[in-house]
Design a protein around this ligand. Structure first.
Ligand code: AMP
Length: 490
């Protein structure tokens, strides 16, 4: 069994000099703040097992509230502040939080939906008047720590129930794998409503007693200014592509860092290579999802292979399965399935959906992938993004890697669009780099040497931008919706 998050917080706070936030709170301050907040939550009537919905712009207090919920046994439910009141209604109806904590501007909207709401400044003011001592109720490793809703690009957004052991076991595995120590300083510019910024980043810092530089948003200039104080940065691929387009990104600017980590969306091999050429650092790519926490990581010491997400974390098992759940031979593409202490407890109030996504105790991630002879996993895309053209499987990731390699291509997304002859046709959406002019014919010609004919895009669309979510993930369902009639007239 792993050390619980709160036990770890108390352990770290025992050293009064230990700093949590660079230029800010110590771990002792953080523990005291979580005690005051926990007392405030109890005074508002919250009890173990209740849900607390938090929907605010990124700020330091979000992390204090996350820990305060863990101390009280209240289930933490952070929601993207980008969602409208109407979009948030689903979470309120589904999770029935005992309390919603929001920015002042959002109170009236959530109250109108019948939720008990307090704005964050009011909660912090209430906490200020409370004592820092708090008698934590007994909790167990299987108790729920948080519910995070899936981004729900297709269908209804589902509440992912994560236990204390899910978080603790993953934190311990990552700290060991990525060699976090109390000498580290993590640059934190990720959102805190998502597993990446909330659990991966925050818990790696906590479990090693490290410090963090907490930035309220990702701004390349602010990140570049802070890098000389940091030893580790975690980011989504768009952080890396945006930093690469800043001339301030140099070998000197990144010289103090020991590690750059990327995840939550595919990092193109082209970006990996460009980053290495500019900074001398090989970005370490890892793979995970809300339901499973982190699953695989490239090695710290061994080769960090661009275009792969590395090997399973210690204690985590990965298999590649065929349509009937049979384990496929090494090298074959199939469904990525996961088992281990990292895997969630199920979808909130959706036992049937939960049962559907598990096969013989293995969680079916919905991603397609293959393992190579050295055990590195490559992700070939979401199963629902697989294109079946003329009866043949085309894995978007393979075509995207070939496109990203072409000069002048800044980003690509490959989708399947209904086609009268082929069932589905491969369509490539491309964004040109600064100053580059791309032509559909030239791209198709250039791909002919690299890809079999059935994988070649039937159309190449040159776009200003790709639709992305808050984590920088390309919204392929949205692209499919926009271009669904592309071949209708043929
Ligand atoms: P989320 O639950 O929002 O974190 O989304 C999880 C999904 O993001 C996974 O199922 C993958 O499809 C994708 N993902 C996460 N990390 C990577 C990665 N390193 N490469 C490719 N896809 C990734």
């Amino acid at each position: 069994m792993s050390t619980d998050v709160i036990a770890k917080l108390k352990q770290m706070a025992a050293d009064p000099a230990r700093v949590w936030q660079v230029g800010g709170a110590t771990y002792g301050d953080l523990l005291a703040e979580t005690g005051r907040l926990a007392n405030a939550l109890v005074s508002l009537g919250l009890r173990k097992g209740d849900r607390l919905l938090l929907q605010v712009e990124k700020c330091e207090a979000m992390l204090s509230l996350y820990f305060a919920c863990l101390r009280t046994g209240v289930i933490f439910l952070p929601v993207n502040p980008g969602y409208t009141v109407a979009e948030t209604e689903h979470f309120l109806r589904d999770a029935e939080p005992a309390l919603s904590v929001t920015d002042p501007g959002r109170v009236a909207g959530l109250q109108a939906l019948g939720s008990k709401v307090i704005d964050l400044p009011a909660l912090l003011a209430l906490a200020k008047g409370q004592g820092a001592d708090f008698a934590d109720p007994a909790t167990g490793p299987d108790d729920l720590a948080a519910i995070l809703y899936t981004s729900g690009t297709t269908g209804r957004s589902k509440g992912v129930m994560l236990t204390r052991e899910n978080l603790a076991s993953n934190a311990e595995a990552l700290v060991g794998l990525w060699r976090f120590t109390d000498r580290d300083v993590l640059l934190h510019a990720l959102p805190v409503f998502h597993t990446h910024g909330l659990f991966v980043a925050t818990n790696c810092v906590l479990y090693s007693g490290a410090r963090m530089i907490f930035q309220r948003a990702f701004q390349p200039a602010a990140v570049l200014a802070a890098l000389p104080q940091a030893t580790v940065m975690m980011g989504v691929p768009t952080f890396y592509t945006r930093l690469l387009s800043d001339p301030g990104l140099t070998r000197e600017a990144t010289g103090h860092l020991r590690l750059f980590i990327s995840g939550s969306a595919p990092l193109s091999p082209a970006t990996h290579a460009e980053w290495q050429a500019r900074t001398g650092h090989a970005i370490l790519e890892r793979y995970g999802m809300t339901e499973t926490n982190m699953i695989t990581s490239n090695p710290y010491d061994g080769a960090r292979r661009a275009g792969t997400v590395g090997m399973p974390l210690p204690g985590v098992e990965v298999r590649i399965a065929g349509a009937d759940g049979e384990v496929l031979p090494q090298g074959e593409a199939g469904s990525i399935e996961v088992r281990g202490p990292n895997v969630f407890k199920g979808y909130w109030r959706l036992p049937e959906n939960t049962a559907e996504e598990f096969r013989d105790g293995w969680f079916v991630t919905g991603d397609m992938g293959a393992l190579d002879a050295q055990g590195y996993l490559s992700i070939l895309g979401r199963a629902k993004d697989l294109v079946i053209s003329g009866g043949l499987n085309v894995y978007p990731a393979e075509v995207e890697a070939a496109l990203d390699d072409l000069p002048g291509v800044a980003a690509s997304a490959v989708i399947g669009v209904a086609h009268p002859d082929f069932g589905e046709a491969v369509v490539a959406c491309l964004v040109p780099g600064p100053g580059a002019v791309l032509s559909e014919d030239a791209i198709r010609t250039a791909l002919r040497d690299r890809l079999a004919a059935f994988k070649l895009p039937k159309r190449v669309l040159i776009l200003d931008d790709l639709p992305r979510n808050a984590m920088g993930k390309v919204q392929k369902a949205e692209l499919r919706r926009i271009y669904q009639k592309l071949f209708a007239a043929i």
